[in-house]
Design a protein around this ligand. Structure first.
Ligand SMILES: [Zn+2]
Length: 140
């Protein structure tokens, strides 16, 4: 349940704690909603670059997406991968972005409502701050 006036969007991606704030800020700005429902796995988008895709993972994702959409009226979904992913060590950045796009396409098929946008993101260290500042960019 949620209180009247509380607004949500949905994040699907890696569990890496360095990325969550950057993706949340992107979603708050893009969707004009406050709270991210956050669905994570270590290196999540990497699950979508192999055939067959893990059905248990898809079932689990669908259940969580449904709750976010139906109970929280989520305004949209962000799917992300990121630099320096401990679970995707061997994957270069271009391939990693392709994995994000592939994940977003599959996740679209799990969403019953066509009006809900599914946006692919890549999260990187900010060039002007190599310490702790990460930013999320849409993959176009
Ligand atoms: Zn990661």
């Amino acid at each position: 349940m949620s209180q009247e006036g509380e607004t949500f969007f949905t994040i699907i991606g890696c569990m890496d704690g360095r990325c969550q704030e950057a993706v949340s800020l992107f979603g708050q700005d893009r969707f004009g909603a406050v709270y991210p429902d956050t669905i994570t796995e270590a290196g999540l988008v990497g699950f979508f670059n192999k055939e067959p895709i893990d059905q248990q993972l898809l079932t689990s994702l669908k259940k969580k997406i449904d709750i976010s959409l139906k109970h929280h009226h989520s305004k949209g979904i962000l799917v992300f991968g990121h630099q320096e992913c401990a679970a995707s060590d061997a994957v270069d950045e271009e391939k990693h972005k392709q994995d994000v796009l592939a994940a977003a396409e599959v996740i679209k098929t799990l969403v019953d409502n066509e009006a809900v946008a599914v946006i692919p993101l890549f999260v990187k260290r900010s060039i002007d701050n190599d310490l702790s500042d990460w930013t999320a960019e849409e993959i176009v």
